[in-house]
Design a protein around this ligand. Structure first.
Ligand SMILES: O=P(O)(O)OC[C@H]1O[C@](O)(CO)[C@@H](O)[C@@H]1O
Length: 394
């Protein structure tokens, strides 16, 4: 990889950088929100306070002895433990932060707080909100469209669903809506949707994998996309990869899949029918949910273990959702924006589609003229969540 030598790994060292703002502002705000959202006993509160102090002023500590995944994290953390959270790779720091937050709230420890998702109140509020109801109702109109327009509608739904990310909206202690993106069509800065649909038309209807990102307003359109691919015969089977435990605030776990499915199934009109089909697909084995531990690993996809690699190698396509998955696909480095998507993702097995709204510094596969226009716009286009890419390579 000739560019790797010249592309710096993203860390929080640089004052004013996006990564630094996440570590210095979002993470403390999130700790406070979680602390306020539950009646945690004093020892859990103290653990959360200690984590806050450590992340801002201390050095990275290892997991407590006896952690079920202690050995794995000891290997992954060996180069970083004992250093400032701001000085280590941002991808690793964010991933480990969520693991430590779960430790602080007693998520894995036998006892009353075991298995209690600290982000559940935020996810639940979103799922019960008006936006989800409106989005489900809009499916009635999509049903009337010709196939090609329906293809674009469900793909666009899954793409822009990625804007609805609760972690992204935590700023200075307050969840906030991202700025209105304006006309989403003009905000897709790399669009390989045509070759993607051609590829599916030319492939035998084998298995489609989807690496899910956020629950709620993102997972619902993801499920609708999978239903569309199954129903139109582009996929014979589908596999939905979700996180084995709560992660990056709103990342989907199996219980979020169930909550979303219930929400879709309970909706009137076409949404309810899609929900019933998805339920049948799950119970009948056409749609499978996977929770591979690597889904929460602080590593690029190039380092995926052999079993996951074998699984994805057999896919007609893997659809990768969201910003974090994108960083893990291309490597969390300051690549030139024009670096090739196919080249950067060469180590990923099988055909790949990335659907991502841009919420961090990493971007590749953008035409030089588009990149110039974006750089000249004065906008925080890499991090605002208002621009997106649909990038495909066979
Ligand atoms: O939910 P997504 O799209 O993966 O976004 C996660 C992104 O949010 C951040 O954690 C910051 O809020 C980024 O650093 C990260 O890549």
């Amino acid at each position: 990889m000739p560019e790797a030598a010249g592309a710096r790994v993203v860390t929080g060292e640089e004052p004013g950088s996006f990564a630094r703002s996440v570590l210095a502002r979002r993470h403390p705000a999130l700790i406070r929100q979680v602390r306020d959202a539950f009646p945690y006993p004093p020892e859990r509160q103290r653990a959360l306070d200690a984590l806050l102090e450590e992340t801002q002023h201390g050095v990275i500590a290892p997991l407590l002895p006896g952690a079920h995944d202690g050995e794995r994290w000891a290997v992954w953390g060996a180069p970083h433990v004992g250093r400032s959270w701001f000085d280590v790779p941002f991808l690793w720091a964010e991933s480990y932060f969520y693991r430590r937050l779960l430790e602080a709230v007693g998520y894995f420890r036998p006892g009353p707080w075991q298995g209690i998702d600290p982000f559940a109140p935020f996810k639940r509020a979103e799922l019960g909100g008006a936006a989800v109801a409106e989005e489900l109702a809009a499916l009635d109109d999509v049903a009337a469209l010709p196939l090609e327009a329906r293809d674009q509608a469900v793909l666009g739904g899954a793409l822009w669903g990625n804007r609805a990310d609760l972690g992204f909206r935590i700023s200075a202690g307050q969840p906030r809506e991202a700025t209105d993106p304006g006309d989403p069509g003009t905000r897709v800065v790399a669009d390989d949707s045509a070759p993607f649909w051609r590829h599916l038309a030319e492939s035998a209807p084998t298995t489609v994998h989807l690496l899910a990102d956020n629950a709620g307003r993102e997972l619902i359109p993801d499920l609708i996309l999978l239903d569309h691919l199954l129903r139109t015969g582009r996929a014979g089977k589908a596999v939905l990869h979700v996180k084995p435990y709560p992660y990056f605030v709103s990342d989907a776990t199996t219980s979020d899949v169930v909550d979303c499915l219930r929400r879709i199934t309970d909706a009137p009109g076409r949404a309810g029918r899609i929900g019933a089909r998805l339920w049948d697909a799950l119970t009948g084995g056409r749609l499978t949910v996977r929770t591979h531990p690597f889904s929460c690993a602080p590593l690029p996809y190039a380092d995926m273990p052999a079993d996951l690699r074998a699984d994805l190698s057999a896919a007609a396509v893997t659809v990768s959702k969201g910003d974090l998955n994108y960083r893990r696909l291309v490597g969390d480095r300051r690549w030139p924006g024009t670096a090739g998507f196919a080249e950067r993702t060469a180590a990923f097995p099988g055909p790949l589609l990335a659907l991502r709204t841009l919420k961090s510094d990493v971007a590749v596969g953008i035409e030089a003229s588009t990149l110039d226009a974006l750089e000249g716009s004065g906008e925080a286009w890499r991090t605002s969540g208002t621009y997106a890419v649909i990038q495909f390579r066979p």
